[in-house]
Ligand binder design. Sequence first.
Ligand SMILES: Cc1ncc(COP(=O)(O)O)c(C=O)c1O
Length: 367
Amino acid sequence: MSDEVPVKLRPEILAQRAYKQGKPAPADSFKLSSNELPFAPLESVTAAVRGATEFNRYPDAAAGAVREALAEHYGLTAEQVIVGAGSVSLLYQAVQAAAGPGDEIVYPWRSFEAYPGMVALAGATSVQVPLTADGAHDLDAMLEAITDRTRLVIVCSPNNPTGPALAQDEFERFLAKVPADVLVIADEAYIEFVTDPRALNATRILADHPNLVVARTFSKAYGLAGLRVGYMMGDPRILSAFGTAAIPFLISAQGQAAALAVMRESDAVRRRVNEISARRDEVRRALLDQGWRVPETQANFVWLPCGELTERVDGMLREGGIVGRAFPGDGIRVTIGEEASVTPLLAACWRAIERWPYLRGDDAPAE
Ligand SMILES: Cc1ncc(COP(=O)(O)O)c(C=O)c1O
């Protein structure tokens, strides 16, 4: 069968690669490819999901109880919160609401792999602003990329897949220079893992910037990736437009029950997150000692810059029982997982950097 699609479809969609999920891991390997939390779900959360059995009924489309609980947590009104089927779903809605053909969306690159696809689906144009050499946002270049056609600017802090967080003060200076009628989304999917007190927490300045929307999720620190619940906070008029772009009933009753239950488990969640953040710092330190150029990371993953050697290093990690997320030609993102994954990860990374000294950033050719 030829690869040619037999009917007329939108060429910009055909040109786009579909979102690719992190690879599954064989039984004897660690799956460190999707930035998930490695711990089993908390008992109270599992019980809440088990209790949500009325699935002959549609779920609450607005996830009202979750919205109320989040509003209370953040000191906002329920209208300043919108819940979606994962924050990715809300990002799609935001892009649909903000931009169409001829409009531009500015975001850092490399960043979350789903951004290009959502822009293409809207028929809008991606303006990708390269990261700095150390994997951070280049906010000056992002400002320069804003034109009359810009409808949305996305920042991702900490940045997936490289790890650095924006500093609060640099983001505030940036935001002050963005035209007030241009929507800015701060995608803070990994903020719970942040330990640097200078790092951005965009909710602090929501009240002063009606064009700012903050995106967060229960998928990462809260361990609900499989139940699909994320949220955004911002001006009710903007969020209401995002709601118009929603596919109804995507947030399951089980996801809503789990989100409510996990919000009541803040101590257990904090302990788990602290464990991952501490392990992240240990892993990064060990990798730096090996000679890797791992950017500073405030998330639950580390970035291994591998350039043209990416696929070969990925193969070596796999042989060592580590399934990371390889971005060919660029690098590998490795999620911080269970404690038992650390030794095989560091051993495989050591074998790779011994084999290819080029990974240290030396000029040595990559044979
Ligand atoms: C930066 C970023 N934003 C958003 C998401 C979406 O997460 P979810 O849809 O599970 O809330 C991810 C997931 O990998 C992410 O890395």
